[in-house]
Design a protein around this ligand. Structure first.
Ligand code: NDP
Length: 241
């Protein structure tokens, strides 16, 4: 059997598509997210898949789920740190709790997952951690201050972790997608930020990324030999600025 792939935020969007493409190629999966019913929908018809309702900000819960799957399928060979939230708003009046949620999920969640699998990968001198960043991890956008801070953080921590582990043959990868059609915007509470976002999407004719193309990118990066690390891919709709 192929090696275990762990995907966070697998209950919708990019994570669900990444799960489908790896499962279709015969990889056993651990799919994580908080909403079990959505994970079950994604896993319908799949073989060799474990599901666990995990909040990535809860280290112990996260670690317990990974260890349980590893008992069944062997050590994790790929962790996709994909879970994330984007709560748009202007710093002038946004609820600070929304900043906290983004930093906890998008940064702490990635650090948690990384530490949970890293030591085994270092010992085996084999393994890949792929962090889902964003074009907002490379350039700024109005109404995105805390999100941008979290995704610039993902870029910084990923590159640092890559430098710390390259000698152990562990690959740290990053994908930075542009705007895509997922559930991401459904959690935004600011009506004016949503209006601004819709106007910006119109500048690209309303054509954003299909999450399937992000999943195909992740698969392509992972499928390279362990000796080759595609460190970062930026992928966005052609019309995105
Ligand atoms: P979705 O909202 O569709 O998916 C987000 C996923 O993250 C869900 O499965 C959600 O599951 C999970 N999640 C959120 N918070 C937590 C948490 N605390 N613990 C565990 N799981 C959590 O959005 P996308 O698929 O778009 O987002 C995936 C990643 O891609 C994110 O990191 C996002 O920032 C990034 N991204 C998205 C872009 C886009 O335009 N869509 C562009 C660039 C990057 P549940 O609610 O069940 O916990």
């Amino acid at each position: 059997m192929k090696k275990l792939v762990v995907i966070t935020g697998a209950s919708s969007g990019f994570g669900a598509e990444i799960a489908k493409i790896f499962n279709a190629d015969g990889f056993p999966l651990l799919l994580l997210g908080r909403r079990m019913e959505k994970l079950q929908e994604v896993a319908t018809g799949m073989e060799n898949v474990m599901l666990d309702s995990v909040d990535v900000t809860d280290y112990k819960q996260f670690e317990k789920a990974v260890r349980k799957a590893e008992t069944k399928y062997g050590k994790t060979d790929l962790l996709v740190n994909n879970a994330g939230v984007m709560l748009l708003g202007n710093v002038q009046n946004q609820n600070p709790q929304e900043w906290q949620t983004m930093l906890d999920t998008n940064v702490m969640g990635v650090l948690n997952g990384t530490q949970i699998v890293l030591n085994d990968m270092r010992e085996r001198k084999h393994g890949t951690i792929l962090n889902m960043s964003s074009i907002a991890g490379k350039k700024t956008f109005v109404n995105h201050a805390a999100y941008v801070a979290s995704k610039f953080g993902v870029h910084g921590l990923s590159e640092t972790i890559r430098e710390e582990n390259s000698a152990k043959n562990v690959r740290i990868m990053m994908v930075a997608p542009g705007a895509a059609e997922t559930e991401l915007l459904t959690h935004v509470t600011s009506k004016s930020a949503l209006k601004d976002y819709a106007a910006w999407e119109e500048t690209m004719g309303g054509v954003v990324l299909d999450p399937k193309h992000v999943a195909e990118t992740v698969k392509f990066m992972y499928d390279m030999p362990q000796e080759v690390n595609i460190r970062e891919v930026d992928i966005a709709a052609t019309r995105q600025d």
